[in-house]
Design a protein around this ligand. Structure first.
Ligand code: FEO
Length: 400
């Protein structure tokens, strides 16, 4: 059975949803699923833009077959080779053996490395190259490292449709609603879009900024990403989010408190700080136990908020492992340009705070707002005073 939607008069979404997968890239939880988007253009030539993950193969093949009807497939544009978009390419080539692949030279190399039998089937293109499929003319826009080096985007200059590959994608299944204007985006999608961007593409902000610069010169009317919703209204809203994320600029003035606690004492400290902040009018804040909450959510909020407080117990003369892991991930994803504070705890040889300072010093523009707060074993009256002083400093900084 088919399950497709029209995007424009000639363009169809032929993707599928995956709600069974627990971990995207076998690492990031996706409790709300994910969609793999692919598109078919019917013109003088027929064109398939990317394929889907194997998990959705059956639905995808039915969709492509339905949209093509009795027509053959002439072209497959491979914007991105990662297997969540290219895994079913081999089967498509078996079903449509006359189809030619259009991709970058690097994509061709990657397709060969993944074992696809594409000999004699590939037309490689470079950035700025154009092609006509009949009524529709397209231009190819290189987008290296958004999110792999072979990535390109394809811009249909006839209808203003940008096939944006991973850019402008999101976690979360579509549930029938293909277009961003069909959902309450801020309520239901923004957090998952941010979590997707920051964890998947976050490291490559400079590359994303370069592509946004190229995109600014295009008259984009519709964005068709490889995951998540298609944008046909308020495109500027989402591009603005990308400007913030790619530029490592906080979306909001607010505080992320990430704590690592073994017996609840550091947790009490984090909770008390949150309480003191709220009393001072700083209510845009989030508190996470780094041993409990998957770090992809904390990374997402690290990009979102202007201030980050790290509160960690000392463990084996080191930063607590789950906190260490979070900071390591932040470094890998180039988290930067944050105002930070550190709270450390321990019963003897308290080391976590100075070691976190060392880690933040390796990152770009991670500014310490105050001296670290030290708690010995359990918070006491002095600790409370120190947390009130820290809350004063953060509130003053945010309200400024
Ligand atoms: Fe959705 Fe980089 O693949």
């Amino acid at each position: 059975m088919y399950n497709v939607r029209k995007v424009t008069e000639d363009l169809y979404w032929v993707g599928a949803n995956d709600r069974r997968l627990h971990l995207f890239e076998n690492i990031h939880p996706i409790p709300q699923g994910v969609s793999y988007n692919a598109y078919v253009l019917l013109d003088d030539k027929t064109v398939l833009f990317d394929t889907v993950d194997w998990a959705c193969g059956r639905q995808f093949f039915d969709n492509v077959s339905h949209v093509l009807g009795d027509r053959d497939l002439d072209y497959i544009v491979v914007n991105h080779v990662e297997p969540d978009h290219a895994a079913t390419l081999g089967e498509i080539l078996l079903r449509y053996p006359n189809a030619k692949i259009i991709c970058t030279a690097k994509a061709k190399t990657f397709l060969e490395q993944f074992g696809f039998d594409i000999d004699g089937k590939v037309e490689t293109v470079k950035g700025g190259d154009t092609k006509s499929f009949g009524k529709h003319n397209v231009a190819f826009v290189l987008a290296p490292m958004v999110h792999w080096p072979e990535v390109m985007m394809t811009f249909d200059t006839t209808d203003g449709v940008l096939f944006s590959a991973d850019a402008f994608g999101s976690f979360k299944s579509l549930d029938g609603k293909l277009f961003a204007d069909e959902v309450d985006y801020d309520r239901d999608w923004l957090d998952e879009a941010r979590r997707y961007y920051t964890n998947i593409v976050g490291k490559y902000g400079k590359n994303v900024q370069a592509v946004l610069k190229k995109a600014a010169g295009l008259d984009i009317k519709i964005i068709c990403p490889l995951h998540g919703l298609v944008w046909r209204k308020d495109i500027g809203y989402f591009i603005d989010k990308y400007q913030h994320w790619a530029g490592y600029e906080a979306e909001e003035q607010g505080v992320l408190i990430a704590y690592a606690s073994m017996y609840g004492n550091t947790e009490e400290v984090a909770d008390t700080l949150a309480n003191e902040l709220a009393k001072r009018g700083v209510t845009n804040l989030a508190v996470y136990d780094v041993s409990k909450t998957d770090k992809s959510y904390i990374i997402s909020d690290a990009f979102k908020y202007s201030h980050i407080v790290f509160a960690s117990v000392t463990y084996n003369l080191n930063i607590y492992p789950t906190m260490h892991d979070l900071i390591n991930d932040m470094q890998g994803l180039a988290v930067q340009n944050k105002t930070c504070a550190i709270i450390e705890n321990g019963t003897w040889a308290i080391k976590a705070g100075s070691l976190i300072e060392d880690e933040l010093a390796k990152m770009k523009d991670m500014r310490l707002l105050t001296d670290k707060v030290t708690v010995k074993s359990a918070p006491n009256v002095d600790s409370h005073a120190a947390l009130e002083a820290l809350a004063d400093a953060i509130a003053k900084d945010i309200h400024a």
